[in-house]
Design a protein around this ligand. Sequence first.
Ligand SMILES: Nc1ncnc2c1ncn2[C@@H]1O[C@H](COP(=O)(O)OP(=O)(O)OP(=O)(O)O)[C@@H](O)[C@H]1O
Ligand SMILES: [Mg+2]
Length: 226
Amino acid sequence: MIIYENVSKIYSSDSPALMDVNLRIEEREFVTIVGASGAGKSTLLKMLYAEERPTRGNVYFHRNNLVNLKNRHLPQHRRQIGTVFQDFKLLPKKTLGENVAFAMEVAGKSNAEIQKATNQILDIVGLSQKIDKYPGEVSGGEQQRAALARALVNKPKVLVADEPTGNLDPISTWEIMQLLLKINEFGTTVILATHNKGMVDKLQRRVISINKGRIARDEAMGKYCI
Ligand SMILES: Nc1ncnc2c1ncn2[C@@H]1O[C@H](COP(=O)(O)OP(=O)(O)OP(=O)(O)O)[C@@H](O)[C@H]1O
Ligand SMILES: [Mg+2]
């Protein structure tokens, strides 16, 4: 379970990126975060994988207050949260298979485990045939599916997807959406930030709207907050 408690984030002295955000996300939920560019979506997500810390307030992940997370515990924390981004962030000199395997190597898994899990997850995202291709040799949609496989191979509790389809055509976008739904059905909490209104409408899941750093609407609360 994830709780944001009175969270504000001020990067510089001008307007805050987040202002007094209160939010509760249950295990196995599928949540979409929407809002204009600069509204604070990425900042909200970054708090969760502790790339940014709140200026005020607390963020709890399974009862651990991330405000108090020691740097030496960061890798362990981040392994519980898979991440995918608009720009895929695959390592260009590694094949798709090696990109996925690498995430397990740094987590200290055995070679046998790595090979089995890599094959399995690439099969789930439909990339078994492309395991030996380099990112530059496959389509954007395939790169994002490989990035998803990499995010999931260590079986994280939560998947954070920050505008994962921003660079993709509608068909690839829909494929990624289907995968996110499938991952959620398998039991992973999914938190998706997106501009894509059509996708949000199709997904029909809880929508949280952010406006200038404040939660403007959270469907789970069944009311407008402003
Ligand atoms: N590292 C940073 N340093 C200073 N200001 C930042 C930093 N990151 C974000 N901001 C500012 O914080 C605000 C929220 O940014 P954020 O990236 O969270 O928005 P977003 O909703 O994800 O936008 P987009 O849809 O464009 O990705 C913006 O005003 C942005 O300029
Ligand atoms: Mg963003």
